[in-house]
Design a protein around this ligand. Sequence first.
Ligand SMILES: *Cc1c(COP(=O)(O)O)cnc(C)c1O
Length: 339
Amino acid sequence: MKEIDWANLSFGYMKTDYNVRINFREGAWGELEISSSEQVNLHMAATCLHYGQEAFEGLKAFRGKDGKVRIFRLEENAARLQSTCRGIMMAELPTERFKEAVLKAVKMNERFIPPYESGASLYIRPLLIGTGAQVGVRPSNEYMFLIFVTPVGPYFKGGFAATPYVITRKYDRAAPLGTGIYKIGGNYAASLRASHEAHAAGYSAEFYLDAKEKKYIDECGAANFFGIKDNTYITPLSSSILPSITNKSLMQLAEDMGMKVERRPVAEEELTTFEEAGACGTAAVISPIERIDDPENGHSYVIAKDGKPGPICTKLYNKLRGIQYGDEPDTHGWVTIVE
Ligand SMILES: *Cc1c(COP(=O)(O)O)cnc(C)c1O
């Protein structure tokens, strides 16, 4: 194998040695299968191709200074996938089976787990798709669960930095009683155009307002939003936000640091009051926000006045990364060590 340039990896797909699969047929999940094929053989009438029965997850494995490999909060990802499955009527994979598959996929591709010093990690992508042939609009009775892994580079190549974001008023990602709370491809399809336009205009990602009133901050691209003021961590409460495991973890860490935590609707005007703000998710942990523009409304909310990440974002970021890489004690039992 050619040497991998760990520090210069992007967030892209790189072929690894194996993927793992579990099929659901006749009402039951089968045995875990190990595959070295990158292809999936699908019936052309599979429900995932027509009616969007597709769910996914994203988590990471990290190699520590001690050489041990740690996976962050995988039981939370299992539970979220189950919730998504209930949401779009797919067979739920039990947590134990999810865990078995994640550990297998990581161990089988051990040589792709980046070294500690690189700041890179192994991205784990589980997906679950409806594979049964159906023409009428109905849930499938057959499913495939699959996990592939791929090494990904550090998100911040030039160091932890604050960047600009933009509010989109032209597009909604999800409806208040729709599927925004589930991690499904359909939500991403709904976001591609807004995301493309935001990037083309030089922004890191697009912010969505609540679809009903266009008044409250919902989500930011594929990340949750939080703001910091008066020693308080504030994150929006809404029925169309994907429950981020990173956000959940940051809320706990903020509380551990003696901060107050509030989950409540956050009106757009409140952006003027935050001392710091960030977008959070597995990819970056925290992506600090420099400013949020609302060009269609003629506003620009500058959050990082000096253009740099604030002290609380930096502290939260270092703490969470420290737990993931094993540099900080795992006091909440968030980490699974790969034996
Ligand atoms: C995956 C995802 C997130 C982040 O969730 P994490 O569990 O923190 O990675 C946020 N928003 C959306 C829409 C997502 O799909």
